[in-house]
Structures are given as structure tokens and as C-alpha cells.
Design a protein around this ligand. Sequence first.
Ligand code: 9PG
Length: 488
Amino acid sequence: MFTEARFTDLVLPMRAGGPLIRVERGWVAPPGPVALLHPFDEQAAFYRHGWNSWSPSGWRRLTDAPLRIGGDPARLLTADDAANDTPASHSGSAVGALEAPDGRVLLLGALGLGTPRVAADPHVLRGTTEDVGDGWFVAFGDEEEVFDAYAAQVADRLGGRDRRAGAVWSSWYSFYEDVDEALIARTVEDLRGHPFDVVQLDDGWEVAVGDWIANERFPSGMTATARRIADAGFRPGLWLAPLIALPHSAVAREHPDWLVQDDDGRPAVTGTNWGAGYHALDTTRAEVLEHLDEVLRRAVDSGFTYLKLDFLNAGAVHGHRARDLPRERVYRDAVQHVRRTVGDDVYLLGCGAPILPSVGVFDGVRVGPDTAAFWDNAERPDDPSGSGARNAIAASIERAWQRPWFELDPDAVYFRRRRSLLDEPQRQLVQDAATVLRFKQTSDPMAWLDAQERAALDEWLAADETVRRTGRGTWRIDGRDVDFGPAL
Ligand code: 9PG
């Protein structure tokens, strides 16, 4: 039907699935495609939101090239919703917004699943869904207020969680896959007495991606490593990518029927990493859910109560499954199943996770691509999901408004000057992003820090700063103005 979205001094002709309902600070439209005729021109900036943790989010003028992952299609498949990529137009996942000439913002945001997309051109702001959606929220006004109002509408429907992880040490951004039992034991000993809450072992402990049992570098088993972490006074954390499997893993070789299929009926390549294409488990199959139970129970029974579940986008990837259900529904059912399996007390950090369908299930979600001890990924200039401090800050800061949904993990901070190419202003900006998002994490082993760096790290972990947003990309931390502009 044709209707109007009425705001104090703006009336927008609108097409919607039915009449609009007035809610706090905006309107709700029922499920179905929506289109708003807007009066702003092509100079207007569009807020594009990325589908999963690693996908780019941010503001671009409609006259600029769309914010997306260009270049390598394998990168697009891994780090965004490749099935809905629009190289020639501005579009994103779940929510989009346009900036009026006076700085106010018109926001259109989906209120649930259905793989919703929001696209903009110089005349129309449009919302569509791949499957039946859950309706839309429309608001016009102060940027912070409309984003907050949208976040509140979604949290009302999907739930928000309010567990805090506290300060996290993770093995990834120092040792990468080069971890073993003795190295972790030494590193944990060195962390004793420093104000960390969680020590999380990342990728490198497993036999294969898909086979979640300790490899030969952890001969005493994962229970022993969890105990070492706990004995040193920290909560044991573990990385797993339970929804994917590399082709050489036992699970992929023994159960090819458990994998999401491509159009030719072969196991689909649903992303690329570790130098290979990986497959996605079909969680519409009861056997796969049983397998997931076993994997997660084993992790929890070993003593890990903080789980970083990675490459979760595979759970909602486009492809053929035993049951033909909407893919974001499939994903949400799977992660809700995981939540029931591990119980309420385990902290679940989602990574590579489709953002909207994760609300109400995860305690924390990574909200940007991987950071690195360098600023830019100069070798892939058209890939805003490429690893590097700049891309990680940009995507994360542009999602700061999602705090009512879960804790926002902007990725690790570096205190080390050794083995880092970040200059001091860059290093400080990484730290400030983590302060603003209130998720403090590092991978620096104490052995890599000098006395001054250790003291600075301890002080930061213990601090409880007063943080206030002062504008787009600008914040005040304990009275100090911080401008994330250089990263955006
Ligand atoms: C372990 C790592 C770390 C890291 C995760 C994830 O888009 N990509 O191709 C892509 C690949 C790997 C990746 C992120 C994105 O890293 O984010 O923190 O846990 O896995 O292998």
C-alpha cells in the first residue's frame, strides 16, 4: 500500500506492506518490501551495514563508490553476504540510513530475520528481504537517537544479553597458529597477577578445522590447558569454528552428506581460509546438531567457560540444505541450540557472525575484521575487510550503537612496540577504540613487553573510563577528545 512516514518537519511518501504503527521515536512497518521517497540528493551520505562481523560498515556519499569488498570474490564470500552483493549500487544488510543536509538522519532498519537488505539511490531508500521478514523500523532525527531507537526496537524483539567478559588475553595476535601446550603454559604463568579475567586459546590447538580434538602439540589434552589457565586465576577460553569443516577433516570425509551443497549437489565451498575452501555443516540435520552437542559439551567439560565461536556466517550461507528453510532462521535455530547445550553461564563470543540473527543469543560479538600490528592492508586497497588496525577500528566504531544487543569486540589492542609496525598515534587509536566499545583485549605476551608497557597495560585493564560520544566518529574519554577520523 502507499502511505506516508510523517516526522515533525518531513513527510515521506512510502510504500509498505500495510499501515504504519507509531512507536517510540519512529514508525514500524509490517513485513514486506518497503520504499521511502526521500528529498535528499546524491550528495547525501549513506550508512551501509555489513552482514557479518568482518563485513564493512560505514558512511559513504551516494556519489562515492559503494562500500563493499571488491577485488577477490573469495574474500567477498568469506567476509560478507556474497549472494546479495551489489557492485554498482549502495546497499547493506539489516539497516541503512541517509544523512539529510542539516545532519539529521533517516534510518530504515529490519526488526528480525529474513536476510533483510537496505539500499539507497538519490531518490529512494529501500528495504527488501530474501525470505519473509519481521517488519521495519523507520525514524528521522538526531543520528545517535535514531540508531539508539532502532537498537532498542530490535533488543525488545530479539532480546539483549548483559554478561561482561571482562579483560581478555587471546593467543591469536601474537602466536597465531603456532601454539603448543608448553608455550601456553609459560605465557599463562607470565600473566599471573595481571588484571585479566579471561585467557582464551585461539586457533591452532585442534586436529583440523572440523575435528575439534586436541592435536599432538597438546599431548596432555585440553582439560590440562584449561586447568593451567584456571589455576593461574583466569577463566579458560577456547576458539572453535563448529559450523565449518576443511575438506581434509575427518568430519568432511566421513560425512559429506552433513555439508551444505552447491547447485550441482556437491559440498559447497562456503568461504576460504587456511589456504583452502571450507565447507559448512548443514544444521537442519539432526545428526549435525548431535555432533555440535558433542563438540560443545566436550569443550565445556574440559573446563572452558568462554567460547569464541568463529566462522559462524557459514551457518547462514546461501546453499542447499536437507530442509529448505530461510537461511537466517537456520542460523538462529542452530545458535539457539548451541546456547541451550552450553547453558546460560558460558560466555559465547560470536565471530564472523551474522549480526542481526545473533542478537539475544551471544554475549559478545566481534564487530569488525581482524586487526593486525600494522595500520593498512595496502596490498588489497579495495578490501575494507582485510586485516589491519585501520579496518578493524573503522568497522567497529561504526557499530558502537549496537551495545544494547551484546558486548562489542573490536579485536585486540597492542601495547608492544616490538614486533609491531603501528606508530604511536595509530597504536593509541586502537586502544581508544577498545575503550570506547568497552571490550579490552590483547594478545601481547608479557615477555614481549618492557616494564613501562606492562604498567601501561595493567593500568588500562583496571581503568573504568568515562566515555561519551560527541559526534560521528568522535568521542570523549575521561575529558580527552578522540577522533577516529583517520581510520574511517
Ligand atoms: C583464527 C582466526 C582468529 C581471528 C578470526 C578469524 O575474512 N576472512 O577471510 C577471515 C579469515 C580469518 C579470520 C577472519 C576473517 O580470522 O577473526 O580472530 O580467531 O580466525 O583462524
